[in-house]
Design a protein around this ligand. Structure first.
Ligand code: DSN
Length: 419
């Protein structure tokens, strides 16, 4: 654990307003229970790489073939990031330049489809992502997107139904991998479905990448055509993304990233990605990933015991969806707001077949990666569930919520991370 403020001395002197806001944000992160499943806390080494001099450099192109001089050491950094990601996921080819998850998905579509062609992805309201074909997003506007859904009864994927839909719509790409799906994904089945209709087999494993890297969730990388992931969720790296693909698609995908969609990569972020991949290659990362799932299950069980309806009846990964509308008669927005006042952070989320709008849906989405990074285990998840249930019960009582927040802060002080 490093002294966070010590590294910001110059900033403190140069720009106290930004310094104060950064310290306030650091304190918020440390004093609260962070349950947003797409967030994590990076190591001091990752933070240091992010705040380092490669941010000054332009390096359009790829290692050994750049459009600017002076890239000798940037090539070392990017090659290390590529090699570590290949080893971590068993990938043939890795592009480490995508600036984030959306451009990574865009690059694969751009490489593998013509505008107007058809692809399949899961509906946003049932756990997919905006870039998986939502009509307001580039993916839904530029391509013909056939959206699949979940089974109403189980609230899980129905592979037979997806296969039937694929036979009818004959998509160019079938995309699996989700942002709000608490269950195991049968990637092998997706590969079979793609093969049966001749579709390009793609996954977006942004949420579960850290689990896939160490076999805590099935890893699709070795046998899928292309897999995208952000690097900052369960993978616990800097904000950014990578694309992994079979060698035969490497040239097309690299060209789609640069010069197709992006200019110069963010080399400081590439350095931080390399550091995070190095950390994920350490044996302790597997313990971390296993604990993420144990903690999510413990949280799910404890919340269910307190009468909260957990979508699909539980979780197999790092996240769960809670139907607060049915369980407590409050909306996802009201729940998110009450929890925030109690120092507990989550996000409102649609649940499958939600009759409410995405802006004020029936559910909340919560996850265990951050609290697991802080060293919490199953017994602490019971306490977290206590805090959540109490805050939801007292959602309209500001005094009670403020008092819970004090308890949350004290509880969190037992699990320090950034000093
Ligand atoms: N915004 C991310 C999430 O919270 O799941 C997905 O990109």
């Amino acid at each position: 654990m490093a002294d966070y403020e010590m590294h910001l001395d110059s900033l403190k002197q140069r720009d106290s307003k930004i310094f104060d806001a950064i310290i306030a944000e650091k304190n918020r992160q440390m004093d609260g229970i962070e349950l947003i499943p797409s967030e994590n806390l990076v190591s001091q080494a990752v933070l240091e790489a992010l705040g380092s001099v490669p941010t000054n450099k332009y390096s359009e192109g790829y290692p050994g073939k750049r459009y600017y001089g002076g890239n000798e050491f940037i090539d070392v950094i990017e090659t290390l990031a590529i090699d570590r990601a290949k080893k971590l996921f068993g990938a043939d080819h890795v592009n480490v330049q995508p600036l984030s998850g959306s451009p990574a998905n865009m690059a694969v579509y751009f490489a593998m489809m013509e505008l107007g062609e058809t692809f399949m992805g899961l509906k946003l309201t049932e756990g997919g992502h905006l870039t998986h074909g939502h009509p307001v997003n580039f993916s839904g506007r530029n391509y013909k997107c056939v959206q699949y859904g979940l089974d109403r009864e189980t609230e899980m994927l129905d592979y037979d139904a997806i296969e039937k839909q694929a036979r009818v719509s004959k998509p160019k790409i079938i995309l699996s991998g989700y942002t709000a799906y608490p269950r195991t994904i049968d990637f092998k089945r997706f590969r079979e479905i793609c093969d049966s209709v001749g579709a390009f087999c793609m996954a977006d494993i942004a949420h579960i990448a850290g689990l896939c890297a160490v076999g805590v969730h099935e890893n699709p990388v070795p046998y899928f055509d292309a897999v995208t992931t952000t690097t900052h969720k369960t993978l616990r790296g800097p904000r950014g993304a990578i694309i992994m693909c079979k060698q035969e698609f490497a040239e097309k995908i690299d060209k789609a990233v640069f010069p197709g969609l992006q200019g110069g990569p963010h080399d400081n972020t590439t350095a931080a990605k390399a550091v995070a991949f190095g950390e994920a290659l350490e044996p302790s990362f597997k313990d971390y990933a296993e604990q993420i799932v144990k903690n999510a299950r413990a949280l799910s069980d404890s919340l269910a015991e307190k009468g909260l309806r957990i979508v699909s009846g539980g979780t197999d990964n790092h996240l769960l969806l809670v139907d607060v509308f049915k369980s407590k008669g409050i909306t996802g927005m009201e729940a998110e707001s009450a929890l925030e006042k109690a120092g507990i952070y989550c996000n409102k989320n649609t649940i499958p077949f939600d009759e409410r709008s995405p802006w004020n849906p029936s559910g909340i989405r919560i996850g265990s990666p951050v609290m697991t990074t802080r060293g919490m285990k199953e017994s602490e998840m019971k306490q977290v569930a206590e805090f959540i249930a109490k805050a939801l019960d007292k959602h309209d009582n500001e005094t009670e919520l403020a008092s819970i927040k004090k308890g949350v802060k004290e509880f969190c002080s037992g699990f320090p991370f950034y000093k």
